[in-house]
Each structure stands twice: as structure tokens, then as C-alpha cells.
Design a binder for this molecule. Structure first.
Ligand SMILES: [Zn+2]
Length: 250
């Protein structure tokens, strides 16, 4: 005949199960409610690592934290979800976006999650701030200046992000890149530049804004407002992107 479990043994077992249950909740519970606990326990870490690039060249941030120099950036512990509306874009619109994001990801360490194609249309609150609800994924799209007034004149594209503030810390949670359907890549071709290279460079520039980079005066960076032949992220652009990928997890 089995002996009944002693009280001490039983309460020890209950304690053990409670600890296991708590650990399970902390480790596997979805949502952000327990993110503070995860952070305290050191369980939350960035999804990728920024490239090790020298802090050279010129770069600037679109926004900094209130009362500090730290840039407003995306949460490196979360994937940046995005959709593409290829309407009005080149045939390889989705691939073009994915390739450019792969470049930005390699330098910043930030990770992107492609949700698929969408019918959503771009809305801009101002030059670098899309007019989207803060829960909406990043939208890549093509439009003309009749639909998006900010594309007026010689503006070839728009890029930017919208932030929320929690506990005195701001982070980007939605964003957009809108490229002009009036494809100036063909004009560039007339000047002897490869249209594909020009399209890609424009996209990389706008993704720079999406991730938090501002324009700089230097003619050696892709983030200069009027491109004079730089077709890839240069030294300062890379240093800025690496800094933007080193943000705080929330
Ligand atoms: Zn720009």
C-alpha cells in the first residue's frame, strides 16, 4: 500500500510546477504584455546584428528621442511587416523591393516580413510621415502627383515612418515608401545611366528615410536630397543605418 505524499513534498511539487508554468508563460506567451519581464530577464534580443561599419561619413536622423541624441528607430526585436501594392510599378516591383530591403537589412540588422500584395493606397501626413494608422504594416507603392501631392515637381519618391511613444521612448511602428509612376529612370537612361540601377538607388534612398535617416548635404552619400550619381549606401549612410538598427527593444 502506497504511503500518502507528505505535505512538504506536495508543496515542493506545487512550487516547482508554478515556477515551470511561470517560465513557460514568460518564454512563450504571445503579445507584448510580458515584454518588460522578458527584457528584465535578458530573454529579449535583437533579431539581427547591424554590420560593423566605421562611424564615418555624414548622416542625420529624421527624429531623436525627447531630450536626447538617440535616434527614433524601429524595434530591432520585432520584424518590420510590409506589403507591396505593385500597381503602377515595374513588372518586378515585389522583387525590387525585397532586394533593396535585403541591402538595408544587411547593414542595419533590422528584419523584414513580407505580408503579400495589397490594394492599399498611400496617404501622407507630411513629407516624411505617412498618414496611416499605427497598427498598419509598411506600404510600398507607386503613385503620381495627382494622387499624392508630395510627389509634385522633381520629387521621385517619398519615404518615412510614424512613431508611437511609450514611457518616454519613441519608436517607429508603421511607415511607407511611395515612388513616382512617372519613371525618371528612363530619363536617366538617356543620360547613360542604367535604369535598373537608378530605380534601385531611388528605392534605397527612400528606405533610408523609412528607417529614420534624414537628408545630408554631402555629395558622397545616397541620402543627399538630389542624387548626383551615388547609387548605393555610402559610408555615412551605412553608419547611420547601423546606428538605427541598434535601437532599444520594447
Ligand atoms: Zn529624400
Amino acid at each position: 500500500m502506497a504511503r500518502p505524499m507528505s505535505e512538504r513534498w506536495r508543496s515542493g511539487l506545487v512550487l516547482l510546477l508554478s515556477v515551470a508554468l511561470f517560465a513557460g508563460i514568460v518564454l512563450f506567451a504571445p503579445g507584448s504584455n510580458l515584454s518588460a519581464v522578458r527584457r528584465l530577464l535578458g530573454l529579449q534580443s535583437p533579431l539581427g546584428n547591424p554590420a560593423e561599419v566605421p562611424d564615418e561619413g555624414t548622416y542625420a536622423f529624421l527624429a531623436t528621442q525627447p531630450g536626447g541624441d538617440d535616434p527614433v528607430a524601429w524595434d530591432p526585436c520585432r520584424e518590420i511587416r510590409y506589403e507591396v501594392n505593385p500597381d503602377g510599378g515595374p513588372d518586378d516591383a515585389v522583387e525590387l523591393v525585397a532586394d533593396a530591403l535585403a541591402d538595408a537589412s544587411e547593414i542595419s540588422g533590422l528584419q523584414f516580413d513580407y505580408l503579400g500584395e495589397t490594394d492599399r493606397r498611400p496617404v501622407w501626413e507630411s513629407r516624411f510621415v505617412p498618414g496611416f494608422g499605427r497598427a498598419e504594416p509598411v506600404l510600398f507603392s507607386w503613385a503620381d502627383e495627382d494622387e499624392v501631392a508630395e510627389l509634385d515637381g522633381d520629387v521621385v519618391g517619398l519615404g518615412g515612418a510614424g512613431a508611437i511613444e511609450e514611457g518616454g521612448w519613441s519608436r517607429y511602428v508603421t511607415g511607407a515608401v511611395t515612388l513616382d509612376t512617372d519613371d525618371r529612370a528612363e530619363l536617366a537612361a538617356a543620360r547613360g545611366l542604367d535604369p535598373e540601377t537608378v530605380r534601385r538607388a531611388t528605392l534605397l534612398h527612400e528606405i533610408g528615410h523609412l528607417l529614420g535617416l534624414d537628408h545630408v548635404d554631402s555629395p558622397y552619400e545616397l541620402m543627399q536630397p538630389h542624387n548626383s550619381g551615388i547609387t548605393d549606401y555610402a559610408a555615412g549612410d551605412q553608419a547611420g543605418l547601423a546606428a538605427l538598427g541598434s535601437g532599444r527593444c520594447s
